[in-house]
Design a binder for this molecule. Structure first.
Ligand code: SOE
Length: 380
């Protein structure tokens, strides 16, 4: 694994636990973790159970005993690590968004296509796809229970930057993160909308805003919140982004993503409205899927609150009895379970780098639209 911040912790937990709860065709061995700060990465390795730590990700690529590289670093290094790993014959799991630009994402997707021909696979970590309620939602859409989907609406709301005194982090630096709320959380909403509907966004009209343009620099890097110093840093990414979307001649979409939604900690909501039914999900109540069956008798119609904790629901059978809910980290475990299962079967894991590239093109079109007075902009 490269990187050991918030996502490093989530992925380490997944690699550790997957063996214990799922019957895997291949058993992951947590060989080594890479990070630039020797003491900090050694402490992370010790805490999470990695065999050793190194200070340069290139050391991981050179080793014969490493078959897969898990990329949990900020977006600016994804392209170099992923391409080097794939060319060295190592499978790759890469955090989202795939890259910091369409050009980088194109290079990564092209390397992934070439590697797949050799049985070496790449996957991008849109983890929310693997929340059981979302897996169930996808199944209901595939079964045609929504009929023709007419509208998709999604908001991804966080509030960790609502306080203007919250310090700078790499996530507020365009050269490291690519964009702000748009690529960080908006990318999840875009991926989920495309994944659940099975349709691609083809044009967007967007607006982006940075409400707080200067913030105190961190005295010490400690993840999302830390100790502020007297030095001031400039925010070079968006705090919020809103956009409308067309899915070809199909549904219309409306989206909002923000780090300024006071009181909303991590509310990823998505709703699909179809001719025969509708679905609604909110990550703040992540074990629940709301389903409305428009074909049911009129006198009993209404949104059903489905507790997605039955053994028949995706991934749930390997965990607890019905009603014993799952949490944020389980989606990461399901991600590595599916990745290893697909690698073993010689099958392309989803979402592929091509799907990551598709999201990157949507992000890019929103940014271009926002820079041109919200003009409708095709997704290239
Ligand atoms: C921060 O906004 C963040 O950690 C995202 O980067 C993750 O993708 C999301 O799952 C939670 O919020």
């Amino acid at each position: 694994m490269a990187g050991y911040g918030f996502m490093g912790a989530a992925h380490s937990q997944a690699w550790r636990v997957a063996n214990a709860f799922f019957d895997l065709p291949r058993r992951p061995v947590m060989a080594a973790v890479a990070g630039r700060n020797a003491a900090a990465v050694a402490a992370a390795a010790d805490k999470w159970g990695w065999g050793e730590s190194v200070t340069d990700w290139r050391e991981l690529i050179e080793r014969d005993d490493i078959d897969l590289i898990d990329i949990c670093t900020p977006g600016d290094s994804h392209v170099d690590i992923a391409i080097a790993a794939l060319q060295a014959g190592k499978h790759v799991l890469c955090e989202k968004p795939l890259a910091n630009s369409v050009a980088e994402a194109e290079r990564m997707a092209s390397a992934a296509r070439a590697a797949a021909k050799r049985g070496v696979f790449a996957m991008v970590g849109f983890s929310y796809r693997r929340v059981p309620a979302i897996g169930l939602a996808r199944r209901l859409v595939e079964q045609g229970r929504l009929g023709e989907i007419r509208q998709i609406r999604s908001v991804y709301l966080q509030d960790w930057l609502a306080d203007a005194a919250s310090p700078m982090t790499w996530r507020l630096d365009k050269s490291l993160a690519g964009s702000g709320a748009l690529g960080d959380t908006g990318a999840h909403a875009i991926d989920l909308a495309q994944h659940l509907s099975g349709l691609d966004i083809t044009a967007v009209s967007g607006i982006m805003r940075t409400f707080v343009t200067e913030r105190p620099k961190l005295a010490e890097r400690k993840g999302l919140t830390g100790i502020a110093s007297d030095e001031i840093g400039t925010v070079t990414v968006d705090d919020a982004a809103l956009f409308s979307a067309k899915f070809g001649d199909g549904p219309l979409g409306s989206f909002e993503t923000t780090r300024m939604a006071t009181g909303r900690r991590n509310s990823l909501r998505i709703e699909l409205s179809g001719t025969d039914g509708a679905l609604a999900f909110d990550f703040e109540d992540m074990n629940v899927l709301q389903f409305y069956d428009a074909t049911a008798p009129a006198d009993t119609q209404g949104f059903q609150r489905i507790l997605a904790t039955e053994p028949t629901h995706p991934w749930v059978g390997s965990w607890w009895p019905p009603g014993h809910g799952l949490g944020y980290e389980h989606a990461f475990t399901h991600q590595v379970v599916d990745l290893l299962t697909d690698i073993d079967a010689g099958r392309q894991p989803r979402p592929s780098f091509d799907e990551g590239l598709r999201v990157q093109r949507v992000l890019d079109a929103i940014e271009r639209s926002s820079n041109t007075g919200s003009a409708w902009t095709p997704v290239e």
